[in-house]
Write a protein that binds this ligand. Structure first.
Ligand code: PHE
Length: 360
């Protein structure tokens, strides 16, 4: 027995010193192979009486199992250390400055991302937080809860991509606007609410001014005693900040959305000189966003009492804001992925607003 213990201790201490998988393999063959100490012990069993064989056999077997286990855990230990070591040496330091070289070496921030970051930045200074929602929605969040029931004519205005219905499950669609995030927020959070929701939206449309995928930013404010004056003040301040024009000519033109009442379209004053647009001067009007006071039916659909809460919502198209601010004339350029275009219209990564916008 003491022999066995001694052999076990010796082999275990040898295993504990192993540093590499190669070394481990060699020692494993040496110790457990035909000429190894364990095999020699096993073979010696043929010379002993059957009584002794029972006792010795059991202890030799335990020895073998213990040694095998020790080899296994050593192997795991080496492999883990190897992975940690690789993570350490293969680490990429994304904070290092780019090496000087030609333009293509440095990534550029896409004007759409830049515009979204910029708008988030402005609204976060107004104390708004960011909410997101899924691209694939259901009828309830995209239409019904927004006071657009099945037979409502407004459904025709949204050329919707439906996702084929499998196994009689609920019909899914690609959201046609960011307004479903209003609904999700009102259902999941208690007012007061002060959020904006940037994200992708989809409609079956494709020409120089429409893309089947585009971006919107939704806004929602719910509190007690909120009125249209708050909406006007906030959105005027936002437009002046975004277009960097003080005393921007702005008008709220009556409009219709099923989920707001009253509803308005916001126009800003501009002037066209040759091919370029000058915002904030001249006598022409440019439509930039939709807005209105949240319809009482929308509150009810979200289990909120319209007698207790009021609020307003607004929605804007990111592409339109980007085109106006950066003088981009064809919407399709945004999605062509032409590196020359991005080098010209994109933004350096070193002087952008510090915002990390993630979609879920
Ligand atoms: N969801 C509307 C659209 O896509 C925009 C909007 C949002 C209008 C919120 C009013 C209030 O056209």
């Amino acid at each position: 027995m003491s022999d066995t213990k001694e052999i076990e201790d010796k082999i275990l201490s040898e295993i504990s010193k192993i540093k590499s998988l190669k070394e481990l393999q060699e020692i494993k063959i040496q110790e457990l192979g035909k000429k190894g100490r364990v095999s020699i012990l096993m073979r010696s069993l043929s010379d002993v009486s059957s009584e002794e064989k029972k006792i010795l056999g059991k202890s030799y077997n335990e020895l073998r199992v213990n040694i095998l286990k020790a080899f296994e855990s050593k192997e795991l230990e080496i492999r883990d250390a190897d992975i940690l070591n690789r993570i350490e040496i293969e680490k990429l330091d994304v904070t290092l400055p780019v090496r000087p070289g030609n333009d293509n070496d440095e990534g550029k921030i896409h004007p759409i991302s830049r515009t979204i970051d910029n708008i988030i930045d402005i609204f976060s200074n107004f104390n708004f937080t960011v909410e997101t929602g899924p691209d694939i929605e259901n009828d309830f969040h995209n239409f019904t809860a927004l006071n657009i029931p099945d037979d409502h004519p407004a459904r025709q205005d949204h050329d919707t991509f439906y996702i084929s219905n499998q196994d009689n499950q609920e019909r899914k669609l690609l959201r046609t606007h960011t307004s479903p995030v209003q609904i999700r927020t009102m259902i999941n959070k208690k007012p007061p609410i002060r959020i904006i929701a940037p994200g992708r939206t989809f409609r079956c449309d494709d020409d120089a001014t429409h893309s089947p995928m585009f971006h919107q930013i939704e806004g929602l404010v719910i509190d007690k005693n909120i009125n249209m004056g708050h909406l006007k003040g906030l959105l005027r301040a936002f437009c002046e900040e975004f277009f960097e024009v003080s005393n921007l000519p702005i008008r709220f033109r009556p409009s219709f959305f099923p989920f707001t009442e009253p509803s308005a379209e916001i126009d800003i004053g501009y002037n066209k000189i040759g091919n370029s647009i000058k915002i904030g001067q001249g006598s022409d009007w440019l439509e930039v966003m939709g807005c209105g006071m949240v319809h009482p039916n929308v509150f009810v659909n979200c289990n909120l009492d319209p007698e207790e809460w009021q609020g307003f919502a607004f929605g804007l198209g990111v592409e339109r804001f980007a085109m106006l601010k950066y003088g981009i004339s064809d919407l399709r350029n945004f999605y062509e992925g032409d590196i020359r275009w991005l080098n010209h219209y994109g933004f350096s990564t070193t002087n952008s607003p510090n915002f990390d916008f993630k979609e879920d």
